[in-house]
Write a protein that binds this ligand. Structure first.
Ligand SMILES: C[S@@+](CC[C@H](N)C(=O)[O-])C[C@H]1O[C@@H](n2cnc3c(N)ncnc32)[C@H](O)[C@@H]1O
Length: 321
């Protein structure tokens, strides 16, 4: 398996957005979110080409990992998305570099899990909720109209959204589909789910749960469900786990509909390359969604790409009968 590389270099002009007084979050996603001037689309090339500062950090990390092998091993098994101190920061830079070269998908999945279950996921809504109106309602309008048509004949009973964050989309969707009896919003971020539970503006059919999205679907989902991921959620899971979930749905939970709005690297050749490749500064996965659904027993009935801020977003509707 080879992760290919493209050639368009997107210089990510990160600005220092203070997410909370005294607590700036320096994660690339939170920094990009809401930066209306940003329009260079993220690529695989961004992940593969380092500036001088990053090269120096990786070299330092190589030495630091040799000098402190136990710490390096700990960080390899439990990577930190916001390491503190020069030693941990440089070791993490080195480990990310190595993991990318060695195609260790589980390392990146653990890194994303650390970010989203912690403060990153907690402050996402504060900075990124404008995406519901500006991205979903505007840019994904056509895809949602297609979904409404497809659901008119299939009439799912339940909606499961994982990576629901502040729940804006789930609340909207529940009210758009007449046959929905119940809805489940799942997120790995406990604080965000707690806020949703305390809020009084949600449709009473919605239940919010803290869980890993893939694990929850595999263990709990039912037939006749509309599954939703929006704005980049499956990008944080490694392909082998997504395969398990899709396979479980098509083999045991049909009929089912999957509506996924996920980013792709703009230099990922989706016609010819089915690999899942880390991209952008965040190093999330650019998956080949058509291949993911088709090889796991779904029919892709709609697919369309659009752009928003620094992302190429691919909307996919897949069904299994
Ligand atoms: C980029 S945000 C998208 C949020 C929302 N869907 C939107 O469009 O605004 C990714 C979301 O996925 C959640 N997430 C990340 N990894 C997850 C996991 N393993 N299980 C469940 N949720 C996860 C994060 O906490 C976060 O809310």
């Amino acid at each position: 398996m080879e992760w290919n590389s493209g050639c368009i270099k997107a210089e990510v002009d990160l600005f220092n957005l203070a997410c909370r007084p005294g607590k700036p979050i320096k994660h690339p996603l939170i920094l990009i979110c809401g930066n209306q001037t940003m329009n260079k689309i993220l690529t695989i090339d961004d992940a593969e080409h380092y500036g001088l500062k990053q090269k120096a950090k990786i070299s330092l990390g190589r030495f630091a990992a040799k000098a402190a092998p136990r710490r390096a091993k700990q960080l390899m098994l439990s990577p930190l998305s916001a390491p503190r101190g020069l030693r941990d920061k440089s070791i993490m830079a080195f480990l990310k570099h190595q993991a990318r070269l060695e195609q260790r998908e589980e390392f990146f999945e653990a890194l994303h899990e650390d970010f989203w279950s912690g403060q990153g996921g907690d402050v996402f809504a504060e900075n990124c909720d404008h995406r519901f109106e500006q991205m979903f309602l505007e840019k994904q309008k056509h895809d949602f109209e297609q979904l409404l048509k497809i659901c008119a004949t299939r009439a799912p009973h339940q909606i499961v959204e994982f990576g629901c964050n502040s729940g804006l989309l789930l609340n909207y969707m529940v009210q758009q589909f007449p046959n929905i009896k119940s809805a489940v919003g799942i997120d790995i971020n406990r604080q965000q789910i707690e806020r949703n539970r305390q809020a009084d503006h949600f449709d009473p059919r919605i239940q919010f749960l803290t869980a890993d999205g893939v694990d929850w679907v595999i263990e709990n989902a039912e037939p006749n469900t509309l599954f939703v991921t929006n704005g980049g959620v499956m990008e944080y899971f490694r392909r082998s786990r997504l395969n398990l979930m899709m396979n479980r749905i098509s083999a045991h939970l049909s009929p089912a509909i999957f509506f996924a709005i996920e980013p792709n690297a703009s230099d990922h050749d989706l016609e010819n390359n089915v690999n899942s490749i880390p991209f952008g500064e965040e190093l999330s996965f650019s998956h080949n969604y058509k291949d993911l659904f088709v090889t796991n027993g779904f029919d892709v009935v709609h697919q369309r790409a659009t752009t928003f801020e620094s992302w190429k977003m691919t909307a996919t509707i897949a069904v299994s009968d």
